[in-house]
Design a protein around this ligand. Structure first.
Ligand code: TRP
Length: 334
């Protein structure tokens, strides 16, 4: 096999709006992954069209998402960064996997239920079979681990069920993937309602800090963060707002909670919020600068996409042709 390292695979929707929750909980840690794993990061434009897209926006966001991943520290020399529609094997294997997936299994997916309620005027078959395309993404690369948010866990479990079913009928086809879910300790909550996860699609933009927010915006959002009527900066039950700010501050500075408590002893929430805001803005500034620079260089981004698609195709082609052979499709020495 092609593998001398374990394979890590992750897909990301082409939306430029990643939050500091995505950054601290996932992306920031990804750059270290490439030491241990052969890493694939795919911008999933085919998944994106399960809901209506404005073509110019989809195109722009595809570039932006790739640029943001690179700006966050993913080195295209050490990771395979590519766009899903550039590797036709994804759609082909998805069709095959559709024939090994139950209608009932797909009906039970909570994301399908949520999205079909939200887009009631367009409950299309692609929305329904979204998870088999995701299974195809993962299984094409003989993936060992899938770093995801907890909301995608059900889809990885379905992927495992499909792989197991297929392997039982046709032994030794797919590697069994394991989900890796960022520890809850790193879970970043909404600034407006700290009992809720920070979500990029929150309608209240004050609740969410985006990686690409400018310094003033970041500071303003932290100033408005909901806290409590106590005045002491300490980590405790019932202080969800402060706990969240302490978590964010700790993630950016590497300081432990007791250290942070000492640092802000005798100071009010105002001082603390300002410190968190400034620290966060300063940490994000180089990411934003790099992002702006990359976006000016479309030719470079296209080069990355092209190289990524080449590496990905090489692996994907091997898995797909193995599957086709096992199924009894005639091979004519393509
Ligand atoms: N469904 C994932 C999401 O919405 C994105 C995704 C597509 C993905 N294919 C994947 C994630 C494969 C991990 C592995 O976040």
């Amino acid at each position: 096999m092609f593998k001398d390292k374990l394979v890590s695979y992750s897909g990301v929707q082409p939306s430029g709006n990643l939050t500091i929750g995505n950054y601290l909980g996932a992306i920031k840690n990804f750059s270290a992954y490439s030491d241990k794993y052969m890493c694939f990061y795919c911008v999933v434009d085919e998944h994106a069209i399960t809901v209506r897209q404005v073509p110019a926006d989809l195109r722009r966001r595809t570039y932006e998402t790739l640029a943001l991943y690179i700006a966050c520290g993913l080195d295209p020399e050490k990771n395979t960064l590519y766009v899903q529609s550039h590797v036709h094997e994804h759609a082909e294997l998805a069709w095959i996997l559709n024939c090994f997936t139950g209608f009932g299994e797909l009906s039970r997916m909570t994301q399908f239920k949520d999205k079909s309620a939200k887009h009631a005027d367009n409950v299309n078959a692609g929305l329904f079979t979204y998870p088999t395309l995701m299974a195809s993404d993962i299984l094409l690369y003989q993936t060992d681990v899938v770093p995801i948010g907890v909301d995608q866990k059900q889809h990885v479990e379905l992927t495992r069920n499909i792989a197991e079913r297929f392997n039982q009928l046709y032994p030794d086809t797919f590697t069994m993937p394991e989900p890796i879910i960022a520890k809850s300790g790193k879970k970043i909550m909404s600034l407006a309602d700290p009992t809720k996860k920070m979500s990029k699609s929150d309608e209240n933009t004050n609740a969410v800090v985006y990686i690409l927010d400018d310094k003033d915006t970041v500071i303003r959002k932290f100033k408005r963060a909901v806290t409590d009527s106590d005045t002491c900066v300490r980590f405790a039950d019932g202080k969800d707002g402060i706990n969240n700010l302490m978590t964010i501050y700790s993630c950016f500075t590497g300081k432990e909670f007791d250290e942070i408590e000492r640092e802000f002893e005798g100071k009010g929430y105002g001082d603390f919020k300002l410190a968190v805001g400034e620290t966060c803005a300063d940490a994000l500034a180089p990411v934003r600068a790099k992002f702006d620079e990359l976006l000016k260089d479309k030719a470079y981004l296209e080069e990355v996409m092209k190289n990524g698609a080449e590496t990905a195709s090489y692996v994907a082609r091997r898995t797909l042709s193995k599957v086709q052979k096992k199924l009894g499709f005639v091979q004519i020495g393509r």
